[in-house]
Design a protein around this ligand. Sequence first.
Ligand SMILES: [Zn+2]
Length: 282
Amino acid sequence: MDQHEYSFYHPGQPTAAPPQPTRSRMNAEQRRKRRRARMIRRIALLAACAAVAVGLLVMVGKVVVGAVQTAVSNRVDYTPVEYDLTGYVFNPNDPLLVIVNANTPLAEGYMAETMIADEATGKQLATQAATAYRQMAAAAKANNIELMLCSGYRDNAYQTELFNARKQKYLDQGYSDADADARAATIVARPGTSEHATGLAADIVTPDYQNLDTGFADTKAFAWLQRYAAEYGFVLRYPQDRQAATGIVYEPWHWRYVGVENAKAIAQSGLSLEEFVALNSL
Ligand SMILES: [Zn+2]
């Protein structure tokens, strides 16, 4: 290139290149900045990946825990229903609302006409309750749920036998007669005070779970009963939150036939049979 051309590009300026140190310091700073930016981006990417991984793990964990819980409890949650109680009239003399408890023994000579309600167990219920139970068990079966009537009608002689057997157990353990008697009464109703003598009480379990304990509440059979029993005239007789009113511990297996309309009204009220009858009798 000639001088003129050179001057055109760099008028009056020395031809030397710009000082190298400045440029190289800038470059070093830029490199540092770039490195820092790259590092920050990598950290951010790693953090995002970790967050996604943790999220996925939590989701998978929840699914696994849910599946395990379902497998263990076998529970199905049914949507609660609101019953249409239009036209319901409470009848204080309705024999299906008879109350039998420790304070209210069954009238002497109470006669229950019974029939077999569950062919498999041979257990009986009062005729009307037996018919309702059969329909209920058939409906449950259609939903793949098997109900088992493990105790129904018990006459006074049988109840006396049950009570005395339990009392003897405590006598054998060294309790005094009075103590053994009182202890037995907390487990087995005294003769005349069990509503099983009416033929309207049904102890219901399922083949997979036949224990008469609160574990039954975790079965799908119980969940089904809670949702549908009222439609067949049965109510949970000793609910968990009504123990103070019934004087009986929670018995998820013990259902009581009261007729369809009464059952819907009682289920809707959330009260025990005692409370419902007392409240409506005012
Ligand atoms: Zn019972």
